[in-house]
Design a protein around this ligand. Structure first.
Ligand SMILES: Cc1cc2nc3c(=O)[nH]c(=O)nc-3n(C[C@H](O)[C@H](O)[C@H](O)COP(=O)(O)OP(=O)(O)OC[C@H]3O[C@@H](n4cnc5c(N)ncnc54)[C@H](O)[C@@H]3O)c2cc1C
Length: 286
């Protein structure tokens, strides 16, 4: 909305299907708008086209994800009088959500996003929706599902390159999601701001090559790269834990006040309480 307010041209129902090139350098996209083909010229293209970005692939960037590095998600918007509007809830278990977790994030007025992420290598056709329905039966038996979304979420760690000549990738397209939580909205917005600022400079100084866009790579990596890399290591470790391990970890927090802990703080406390189980992670915690 803000972009539209300050003069950006917004085109809905418009799907890009290939890059336009001049002398081999991207200079826009070919697109379809409600059945009508059109060409959109642009000196610089910011690919914010989500998981396994096609814009990136067209530009020669490897945006593919291994099954173990993508989470298959389903989410219901649920109305239920039993929803606790004050707390986010998380549910873990290798049968309940293999290699992932189930969440219930309240939105107020007894509405919550209730969703599941299942590690791609442990998922299959229809699995996330089936598991989420089973969860609904046991936890919100009277809950009314008023909306549903499904989608993939990168959990791969840092992408090798998020730029090419005339191209910057942001958000899920650039695998900027946090691999341990699956949260990607904040990072996508931060990367979008950085990409916008770098785009202004690159266009005004006329250097739209990959080298000219290096500031974007440097800034997003400095801002979130380390955090994503660390979360990836956590993810690689936690997806191997048994239900007994998970019960031990959660049980160890019973005398801790977790209401004020962020994820990193909680991991630090978990390490202190379970050094043997979490020994492999010591280099990340200290
Ligand atoms: C079920 C589910 C729940 C989630 N919950 C949370 C949460 O609670 N908090 C959080 O932080 N993150 C959450 N995430 C992750 C979050 O949604 C993503 O990280 C975030 O949306 C990434 O934003 P993005 O703009 O990069 O990509 P997207 O939101 O995927 O947007 C990409 C857009 O590009 C469009 N597009 C794709 N290809 C083309 C094309 N060829 N031409 C034109 N347009 C194209 C798509 O239609 C889409 O609108 C969730 C993900 C899922 C699947």
């Amino acid at each position: 909305m803000d972009a539209a307010r300050v003069g950006a041209k917004v085109m809905v129902k418009t799907r890009a299907f290939e890059l336009l090139r001049k002398n081999g350098v991207p200079c826009g996209v070919s697109a379809m708008r409600m059945g009508e083909p059109l060409q959109i010229e642009a000196p610089l293209i910011i690919g914010a086209d989500g998981v396994e970005s096609k814009v990136g692939r067209w530009a020669g960037i490897d945006t593919a994800l291994k099954p173990k590095d993508i989470h298959c998600c389903a989410q219901f918007l649920v109305q239920d009088s039993t929803i606790d509007d004050e707390y986010c809830e998380f549910f873990f278990g290798n049968k309940m959500a293999p290699g992932g977790y189930i969440w219930a994030f309240p939105k107020g007025d007894k509405l919550a996003n209730v969703g599941i992420g299942v590690q791609g290598s442990k998922s299959g056709s229809g699995v996330p929706v089936r598991l989420l329905k089973e969860f609904m039966k046991s936890h919100f038996p009277n809950g009314k599902v008023v909306e549903m979304v499904v989608g993939g979420d990168p959990s791969s760690g840092v992408i090798e390159s998020a730029t090419a000549d005339g191209i910057m990738l942001v958000g899920d397209a650039a695998h900027q999601t946090d691999p341990i939580t699956g949260g990607g909205i904040l990072n996508a917005m931060k990367a979008g701001i950085i990409a916008g600022e770098v785009a202004v400079k690159a266009i005004s100084n006329g250097n739209l090559s990959k080298a000219g866009l290096k500031e974007y790579e440097d800034r997003w990596r400095a801002d979130m790269g380390k955090h994503i890399a660390r979360s990836f290591e956590y993810k690689e470790f936690f997806v191997k834990l048994t239900d007994n391990d998970l019960n031990q970890l959660i049980g160890s927090l019973k005398n801790e006040d977790i209401s004020k802990m962020d994820l990193r703080g909680m991991l630090r406390v978990l390490f202190k309480l379970n050094p043997k189980l979490l020994w492999e992670l010591r280099h990340l915690v200290v």
